[in-house]
Write a new protein. Structure first.
Lengths: 530, 335
């Protein structure tokens, strides 16, 4: 008996000690330093990875690897008939993280929700300007200041959003990073102490991991939050090793210095795939790379000319050469992974002879034009200069002379917006919330001078766009957007170039990592096996 | 001596103003707009844009902006970063020890190898050693840092597995920085293996950063030695029958050292420039990478103040070198 007890005690001790020694660790080689840990003021994917998706949670959450939403901090909600009132019932007993710098005395309540939005909205709040020059870009960019009428605390666990007009994408919007819920109690404490800036440096949330430490430009450390309402994570220590150079990230992954990495360079992918210790996950990106004609300037104001130019370009060759196969020819302005994607639409076939004839029929002779090439590599277009050169060569075959122009990145976009812009303009878009409107609005009449680089205002398309926003019925909206894509293809304001693939190389021991169509890197539900 | 120092200090004041003006103008001459860069691809509405321009004061005349900037700097306020919203000086002080540590180790490597190599090359002038050393020095001087760093990583870390790929210390070591110098902090932490981890992380980046200064120092030492070795007093020393070691080590080297020290002082600027690329490759959290990020984001506050602070440091080092120069060479003091 005694021996048995000793043995049991030894076993217990071994388990406890073993558990301590084997704290599960996951190292993620990330691409850039976060500007801060408040999820709302910044707009970079790396900022979100480091704050909103690790430390915080939202009323609704995007499903892992999908663009559909599920309950998050809100366990249920109701929408009024006129679509202007959303009432959320909050989950009971949600705990804010207990850290060295904050010990919560209460659970999440409706005041926290109200505060999380009003600090980005009400200019009289000291929190509106607690970071010098914060523009709350996402909150304003998604149109929330005009959309929100008021946020009402109904009771401790019920909160009501009253809108000025119906907004179909309101729920997915609430799943976005800027809509993360922060602690009012923590904010009040800091306000009393006069140390507001600490809010973005020592964050407190309700998410799966809690913040431990940040060594600027080097390492971010998190640990699993024991009180997470979704259950404690299997990873004990989550570490972001900030490694700006893609080639170096790949070397670190191969050397075992990290377990998973973001954004490999296209040239490294083959080598990473060949490594037997690694898996390379891939997914169609929720994006589109395009080239917008200026539809208000002759001869691009003619549909036949735009169609002919589209038919002159060999898009598959561009996918093979520039995207190195990591992409697919784009037919529609929304990617195929998006709901309401119209599969029946046929792309303008690559046919230089027919294109030549169409141009001649339209009375276009000796056309010379500009092709704009972005100065930077983007997920939706890894090499705009090279793409421009290939289009230039294709155009030459149909007798169109093209000159390639490029400017510094911010200036590029500014000049592209000019209503009298000369030539076709390359750019692209990556989705924010998985709603088709989040892509199609780029071509709306009100987006001229902002994101509508085709300067295209088509009544039929615009009416469909507005109709799609006026109903929440997904079947009805699908029908509307399918129609809108037909109009788009018929009118050809863009040359749709490609939807690119996104890669995520990781060590084989990493399990449960789902690639996110919205380009976010989430580590909840991830585990490592030994 | 005092007057000499005063004279040097008097020269620094207009230099600082010149640099502050150049730094101020430099960021504004770059194409690109800080507010649009901040807003990203999502863009910003014209009203919002106007509001932010107003808030940052970018719509005021340049002369007013400069005046406000320089008066704040004179009051010790270097401004707030546009992107992180943290004080520029605070960010600088957090990151600077990492750069300083890397630069010091690189400089020590450059001096310890560069000076002896230069002396031997001069003494054995025309030998295979001389030719090989100068050939290697020329190659080192022309080495593109980015490519060189990546090559070393792929070979030593990837292929041989001898050194870590990047970072400052193994991730298993986690302690609060005390001095900011990882070699010292790792010793203070008392964690077994921490110091070696920090040291091994320093090897490749310091070699990469040392490459150019090493080449310059070796070449400068060689030519200074050659000049001195041809002097009459060296011939006299030899004629007196002194051992070659004494002639070279004492009579020749001490005099050859003067231009070499000037060169070393000037290499501080080269190290700062080299740190930008070296830190980016090796994910080294120092001010080089910080500056590059700031330029990319058109973070006016960080670029203009960061440049100014770096310039101040380079000037301070050169002042020290000048003083050292006067200590070694009494003729300077008299002039």
């Amino acid at each position: 008996m005694k021996t048995k007890l000793t043995f049991a005690a030894a076993l217990l001790a071994a388990t406890v000690m073993g558990g301590m020694a084997n704290a599960k660790q996951l190292v993620y080689c990330s691409e850039a330093s976060p500007a801060g840990f408040d999820p709302s003021p910044w707009s970079g994917g790396n900022d979100f990875d480091a704050s909103s998706r690790t430390i915080y949670s939202r009323l609704v959450e995007f499903d892992h690897g999908k663009t559909t939403i599920s309950p998050g901090l809100a366990e249920s909600w109701t929408v009024s008939d006129d679509g202007k009132e959303y009432t959320f019932k909050l989950r009971k007993g949600v705990k804010f993280q207990t850290t060295d710098w904050f010990t919560p005395t209460r659970d999440l309540n409706a005041e926290d929700v109200k505060f999380s939005f009003e600090r980005q909205w009400k200019k009289e709040s000291p929190w509106y300007s607690y970071l010098a020059g914060t523009g709350w870009e996402y909150f304003t960019g998604m149109g929330f200041p005009e959309l929100l009428k008021e946020i009402v605390v109904v009771d401790d666990l019920t909160v009501k959003f009253v809108l000025n007009k119906p907004e179909v994408a309101f729920l997915p919007d609430l799943g976005m990073d800027f809509a993360s819920i922060v602690s009012k109690e923590y904010a009040d404490q800091l306000e009393k102490a006069g140390t507001l800036a600490q809010f973005s440096q020592k964050p407190v949330g309700t998410g799966p991991y809690q913040f431990v430490d940040y060594q600027v430009d080097a390492v971010i450390r998190y640990q699993a939050w024991d009180g997470y309402f979704g259950g404690r994570q299997k990873i004990d220590d989550l570490i972001f090793a900030i490694t700006p150079d893609a080639a170096v990230r790949a070397q670190k992954l191969k050397a075992g210095e990290c377990d998973i990495m973001s954004y490999p360079a296209p040239a490294d992918i083959a080598g990473l795939k060949a490594d037997t210790n690694l898996n390379v996950a891939e997914q169609e990106g929720l994006n589109v790379g395009y080239m917008a004609y200026n539809t208000t300037v002759a001869p691009f104001d003619k549909v036949e000319v735009r169609k002919a130019l589209n038919m002159a370009v060999n898009k598959q060759a561009i996918i093979d050469a520039v995207y190195q196969g990591a992409g697919q020819v784009a037919v529609n302005p929304i990617p195929p992974t998006m709901w309401s994607y119209n599969k029946n639409i046929k792309d303008d076939a690559y046919d230089p002879e027919a294109a030549k004839k169409m141009l001649a029929d339209a009375g276009v002779k000796d056309l010379s034009m500009k092709i704009w090439a972005m100065p930077v590599s983007r997920p939706y277009n890894p090499g705009a200069q090279r793409v421009a050169e290939m289009i230039q060569a294709d155009y030459a075959k149909v007798g169109v002379k093209a000159e390639i122009v490029s400017y510094e990145w911010t200036e590029y976009r500014e000049r592209g917006k000019a209503k009298d812009r000369d030539g076709a303009f390359q750019l692209g878009w990556t989705g924010d919330n998985g709603d088709p409107d989040n892509f199609l609005f780029l071509l709306g009449c009100s987006a001229i001078g902002q994101s509508n680089y085709a300067i295209w205002c088509n009544k039929e398309f615009e009416d469909l766009l507005q109709a799609g926003k006026a109903t929440t019925d997904v079947a009805k909206r699908t029908e509307i957007y399918e129609k809108a894509q037909e109009v788009f293809k018929r009118e050809a304001p863009w040359l749709t170039i490609a939807h690119s693939k996104v890669f995520m190389p990781m060590n084989k021991k990493v399990v449960g990592f789902a690639m996110d169509p919205l380009g976010i890197h989430r580590f909840d539900g991830v585990d490592v096996t030994e | 001596m005092f007057r000499y120092l005063l004279h040097k200090l008097a020269l620094i004041v207009p230099t600082i103003f010149g640099i502050s003006l150049a730094a101020f103008a430099f960021v504004r001459l770059l194409p690109g707009d800080p507010i649009l860069a901040m807003a990203g691809e999502r863009g910003v509405s014209p009203e919002r844009y106007a509001e932010l321009v107003e808030r940052f004061g970018f719509n005021r005349p340049y002369i007013v902006q400069y005046y406000e900037y320089i008066s704040r700097v004179l009051g010790g306020d270097f401004g707030i970063s546009l992107s992180t919203k943290r004080p520029v000086f605070g960010e600088f002080m957090t990151l600077f020890p990492a750069t300083l540590e890397l630069a010091l180790v690189a400089m020590i490597i450059a001096i310890l190898i560069g000076i002896p190599a230069g002396i031997f090359a001069a003494v054995k002038r025309g030998s295979w050693f001389d030719q090989a050393t100068m050939g290697v020095a020329l190659t080192g001087y022309s080495m593109p840092i980015f490519w060189w760093g990546l090559l070393l990583i792929i070979f030593f870390s990837g292929y041989l597995g001898w050194t870590p790929v990047s970072g400052r210390i193994g991730l298993q070591f986690f302690f609060k920085p005390v001095t900011g110098f990882m070699l010292i902090d790792s010793l203070i932490s008392g964690r077994p293996g921490a110091f070696w981890s920090a040291a091994s992380h320093l090897i490749l980046p310091s070699i990469v950063l040392a490459t150019i200064p090493l080449a310059v120092i070796a070449r400068q030492t060689r030519s200074a030695m050659l000049e001195v070795l041809g002097e009459d007093y060296v011939r006299t020393a030899r004629a007196k029958g002194l051992s070659p070691r004494r002639v070279i080590g004492l009579h020749a080297f001490r005099n050859a050292l003067i231009p070499v020290i000037t060169t070393i002082g000037l290499q501080v600027g080269t190290l700062m420039a080299g740190a930008i690329l070296t830190e980016t490759i090796f994910s080294w959290p120092g001010i080089g990478k910080w500056m590059i990020d700031a330029i990319g984001k058109r973070d006016y506050a960080v670029v203009q103040s960061g440049l100014l602070i770096i310039a101040l440091i380079v000037m301070a080092v050169n002042l020290v070198v000048d003083v050292l120069y006067a200590v070694i060479n009494p003729r300077i003091r008299v002039q």
